[in-house]
Design a protein around this ligand. Structure first.
Ligand code: SAH
Ligand code: SF4
Length: 383
């Protein structure tokens, strides 16, 4: 039986327990953790200041194993998208979005998704399986160290994480939390809690647990002002309706690192984009506002895909909707679509691999991958 463990599966506490089980002191785990995450080293032999005894114990018992890259695409705007092979014919994506003052990595939490939102291509794909902690962390580990090499910098490239790739992170809670802790750990990626965002379709009990276990910035995918419409667009709403969700958001703010919740709202032509619906949304927020729900809205122009039968709201309607919210005192932004030319925009992730048999074929065909240099990227200033 193969009993090697992938050390990307451990947060620092987990790695400490593992090292202690090998008879090693706590500080050795910290050293090892820094080699892996801060320096991107996978080969124990290269971890020069690590005791030879520990290196010997690790060899054969542990590995640091990244995910095989199936494809890598770079957009004209500098966005980079990776498709990773997670085995069994499944693939997940991560997207790097460089901006002047930050570098954001959009990370996947599941292969497919069980929530089945009407407007989401991952949802249409169905649920395959939860990613392990190692598979979640491997996206960051690979992207960060790959980008550092290509930008020829020793400085941190990724300053922000958004759990907005494929999957519902709060339906993979036990794997997610150690991954978040590794992102936040000063000996790991040292990211600020304000710069790590979990995006959820509204898994109420897990939002409550996140507040206790690992409070980070929260984005909630709202998409509708009424339960009738949200039941249809986000089927999870039937289990956790809007009022309950918003009460939970208000409570989350007590431990959140930011003093507002971000509501995401995907703009669907003729479905949820009328002025009346904007007014209903304002009334909804005001009703909850009395209990202290501070929030911002992020309007996402829908990224169409053929099976959805839906279309994107015209930009004028998106702007008019945003104007109504802004005039009512709710800070509202319209998300700039990035990486359009490489299908890296929201809801398009793995849109081209919906049919699993095609994923199998692509993985077989593209097993040998040539990584394209990410030459056009400008270094970001970091946090
Ligand atoms: N499951 C989580 C996180 C992943 S989806 C969630 O639903 O929040 C990340 C964001 O992309 C969500 O706000 C989601 O509503 C949005 N999204 C999904 N499909 C989209 C599409 N086709 N066009 C625009 N946004 C989309
Ligand atoms: Fe799942 Fe989020 Fe897509 Fe809904 S929008 S199907 S929750 S990934």
């Amino acid at each position: 039986m193969n009993t090697t463990v992938n050390l990307l599966d451990f947060d620092l506490d987990g790695l400490t327990a593992f090292c202690e089980s090998l008879g090693e002191k706590r500080f050795r785990a910290t050293q090892l953790f820094r080699w892996i995450h801060q320096r991107g080293v996978a080969d124990f032999g290269q971890m020069t200041d690590l005791a030879k005894s520990l290196r010997d114990k690790l060899a054969g018992r542990a590995t640091v194993t990244a995910l095989p890259v199936i494809t890598q695409h770079e957009s004209k705007d500098g966005t980079v998208k990776w498709l990773f092979d997670v085995g069994g014919g499944d693939a997940v994506e991560a997207v790097f979005i460089p901006e002047d003052d930050r570098g954001t990595l959009c990370v996947s939490s599941q292969a497919g998704c069980a929530v089945n939102c009407r407007f989401c291509s991952t949802g249409h794909q169905g649920f395959s399986r939860n990613l392990t902690t190692a598979e979640i962390v491997a996206q960051l580990w690979f992207a960060e160290h790959f980008l550092r090499q290509h930008l020829k910098t020793d400085e941190r490239v990724i300053s922000n994480i958004v759990m907005m790739g494929m999957g519902e992170p709060l339906q993979n809670y036990d794997r997610l939390v150690p991954a978040l802790r590794t992102m936040l750990d000063d000996h790991g990626y040292g990211l600020s809690r304000r710069r790590v965002t979990v995006s959820t379709s509204g898994v109420v009990p897990m939002i409550e647990r996140l507040a206790r276990d690992c409070p980070v910035a929260l984005a909630v995918s709202l998409h509708a002002p009424t339960d009738a419409l949200r039941d249809h667009l986000v089927p999870l709403n039937r289990k956790y309706p809007i009022d309950e969700l918003l009460r939970t958001c208000t409570a989350y703010l007590a431990s959140a690192p930011r003093d507002f919740i971000t509501f995401e709202y995907c703009m669907l032509d003729g479905v949820n984009d009328s002025p009346e619906q904007a007014q209903a949304l304002i009334a909804l927020v005001r009703r909850h506002g009395q209990d202290g729900l501070r929030c911002k809205f992020n309007l996402i122009p829908f990224n169409p895909f053929p099976q959805s039968g839906l279309t994107r709201s015209p930009m004028a309607r998106v702007m008019a909707f945003g104007k109504l919210l802004n005039e009512a005192g709710i800070v509202t932004t319209v998300r700039k679509t990035r990486g359009d030319d490489i299908d890296a925009a929201c809801g398009q992730l793995a849109g081209d691999v919906q049919d699993r048999t095609r994923v199998h074929e692509r993985i077989a065909r593209q097993r040998t991958v040539v990584l394209h240099p990410v030459s056009a990227l400008a270094p970001t200033k970091g946090a």
